[in-house]
Ligand binder design. Sequence first.
Ligand code: S3P
Length: 172
Amino acid sequence: QSPKWTGQPIVLVGLMGAGKSTVGRRLAIRLGLPFVDADTEIETAAGMSIPDIFDRFGEAYFRDGERRVIARLMEGQKRVIATGGGAFVDPQTRAAILDRGYAIWLDAKPSVLVERVSRRDTRPLLRGRDPLAVLEELARVRNPFYATAHLRVSSHRAPHDATVNAILKALN
Ligand code: S3P
């Protein structure tokens, strides 16, 4: 039995391609809440794109910005927050989200995710690598962390509205 949503900020976690941004935006509309994408906030704060942050300053610098941005978002108003796939793996970020928010894991198999991530080339962790192999490795390492979220929802189904409906049903 998953713990009940008691009005905390809703935080979507899960691997790249799980649909965190799309599902988050639509879920926010259905709940009448604001939506914010943590990756976009990091890009705005840094004044450059995520690939540029990775290229110029490295992943550790990105994770640092991500930690600060999410800490700030967790202090704020009730809303729906999409996070980047690595955010919930960071111990400090995960603690902040679990403490102050309601974490929802959008769970999908690497074989499904790979189809979705291939449509866009904005992910530094996938560049020049076999995306399926990377996603399988990330799933192995990260799924135990994602599993600590308050709620787990399968995001295998297309379109994403099916996932949004499943979340709304679980929240009520
Ligand atoms: C990352 C996922 C990306 C972005 C960055 C790192 C990761 O976000 O934060 O490229 O570590 O999995 P999405 O999950 O929205 O693609």
